[in-house]
Design a protein around this ligand. Structure first.
Ligand code: 5AD
Ligand code: SF4
Length: 489
């Protein structure tokens, strides 16, 4: 939804009438209403009120935060970075592992002191952690200074919740257990001008036994392909060259649609959109990765040479207990098939160490898989017990020290392999999408290759958002230094 179109719609809305019952018109009504409240805030402050959003967790949350910023900017806030002086602070939370929750409580504790000095400050909590009833109870009891709590299913109601908070002056708590609703056409403010995430589906039906996501993000719901394509066309018209299609398991995209459409066929549609130069997606569950998808990736000119394929464990016994629906052998076969079809495909993964009942032998099988697949990189995690998941009641015989030792051995091996995989590109010329000026040296810019490796090279601000050819001169283990090559054309 572009700003001009939204203004045209807002001009037709009369705030003296009742709010509409259907979305997104209802939210447009509340955007207009919230503007009135924020205008009063602005008069009180003598300047535009500032909102600061902190995003924890994954790409889904990052995209949700862009939607929150979209609403905040529409109603009159400006985005800032300093929580100490902000008028509105929002934490978009994650609960995938226990330490994600601990971080939020730590940050909230500190914010309490800030709010004591500035009682008018608004504090909002949303995201996955808020879908856990015990968390909400704890916040209600021990963090009374929080003004808003909402979850993952009703984030589209943000303008309405803000209006309610201003109108009532009391805390607003609105958590939904689940939803089938997908609300289109709400404002979004992208963090990057040249790249964007695009939700293609929400939720997850896989119920891996360690994972809390299906409980906090609900059942799978796919967006209509027409809405996805329309959004991407609008992004392309607005200068976006790279998109990342987002879903907890993109390979099961479209199964729930009235007219089912496979993820591979969706990719074919997206490939046709002019202006989009790169297509990424996240995350692929190995059990659903089809031959059709491998074919589409192989022939695509736009799909990046990077596939994130979480293995979680190399032991078929543990995989069964995790409810992953594949074995060590079938995973290795799949990885082999992908590499045979697309030899330059970079493979990355997620691995959990210390799942309940994991023995040293199971762990050795994980080590074997990483040595065989030779991942370009891997995210490694120590198993974290999540209340309410089936694994939470499983016995774990391994001690914390044993698990930490396994984790260290795994990390070491992963790093050695990553460095070897990274060094393969030494001396080659690669197309790089420039993302930013280098944080530590402003004579350099930083970009990403199709396979997701980072490259730093001499250049300036003007290059941001451009695809340039770069010769990779120095391999630094998991990134490169390079030199820009002038193209002939
Ligand atoms: N403990 C540790 N890691 C987890 N993940 C998901 N749930 C847990 C958990 N309970 C990891 C998985 C997943 C990644 C996003 O987070 O590896 O792929
Ligand atoms: Fe969690 Fe498994 Fe769903 Fe991924 S596929 S979000 S690990 S339940």
């Amino acid at each position: 939804m572009n700003t001009e179109n939204l203004e045209t719609i807002l001009n037709t809305i009369d705030l003296r009438s009742e709010p509409p019952g259907t979305e997104p018109m209802r939210q447009y009504y509340f955007i207009k209403k919230a503007r009135e409240f924020v205008k009063t805030e602005k008069e009180r402050l003598g300047c535009d009120p500032v909102a600061v959003i902190t995003t924890f967790g994954c790409q889904m949350n990052a995209r949700d935060s862009e939607k929150l910023v979209g609403i905040l900017e529409q109603i009159g806030y400006v985005e800032g970075t300093d929580e100490q002086t902000a008028d509105f602070v929002i934490f978009n939370t994650c609960t995938i592992r226990e330490n994600a929750n601990l971080k939020v409580y730590g940050r909230l504790g500190r914010l309490n002191k800030v709010k004591r000095n500035n009682p008018q400050m608004l504090i909002g909590l949303c995201g996955c952690m808020m879908q856990e009833p015990e968390v909400v109870e704890k916040i209600k009891k021990s963090y009374r200074f929080v003004d808003f709590i909402f979850g993952t299913h009703n984030i589209f109601k943000f303008a309405e919740l803000i209006s309610t908070r201003f109108e009532s002056g009391t805390r607003v708590i609105d958590i939904w257990q689940d939803t089938n609703e997908i609300v289109e056409d709400l404002p979004v403010e992208r963090k990057f001008s040249f790249k964007s995430g695009v939700n293609i589906m929400f939720g997850c039906n896989n119920y891996c036994t360690y994972c809390i996501v299906p409980y906090v993000r609900g059942r799978e719901r796919s967006r209509n392909p027409e809405d996805i394509v329309r959004e991407i066309k609008e992004l392309a018209a607005d200068g976006v060259v790279e998109i990342m299609l987002l879903g907890q398991n993109v390979n099961s995209y479209g199964k729930d649609l009235e007219q089912p459409l496979s993820f591979a066929r969706l990719l074919n549609e997206v490939e046709k959109i002019d202006g989009i130069r790169r297509i990424r997606f996240m995350t692929s569950h190995p059990k659903d990765l089809s031959d059709e998808l491998i074919e589409v990736m192989k022939h695509s000119k736009k799909i990046c040479r990077h596939l994130h394929l979480p293995v979680q464990s190399g032991s078929s016994r543990v995989l069964k207990k995790m409810n992953r629906q594949y074995t060590k052998e079938s995973y290795l076969e799949l990885a082999g098939k992908i590499k045979a079809a697309i030899p330059d495909m970079s493979l990355t993964t997620d691995i959990i160490v210390g799942f309940p009942g994991e023995t040293e032998e199971d762990f050795q099988e994980t080590m074997e898989v990483i040595k065989q697949v030779r991942y370009d990189s891997a995210f490694t995690f120590i198993y974290s017990k999540r209340t309410g998941t089936p694994a939470a009641t499983m016995e774990n015989e391994a001690s914390e020290a044993e698990i930490k030792d396994r984790f260290d051995r795994l990390l070491k091996e992963v790093q050695v392999i990553s460095a070897e995989m990274c060094s393969k590109y030494q001396g080659t010329i690669q197309e790089v999408l420039v993302e930013s000026v280098n944080e530590h040296d402003e004579t350099l810019v930083t970009g990403r290759m199709s396979n997701n490796l980072l490259v730093h090279f001499e250049g300036d601000f003007d290059l941001i958002g451009k695809l340039v050819d770069v010769e990779l001169t120095v391999c630094k283990g998991f990134y490169y230094l390079g030199e820009k090559i002038e193209r002939d054309s």
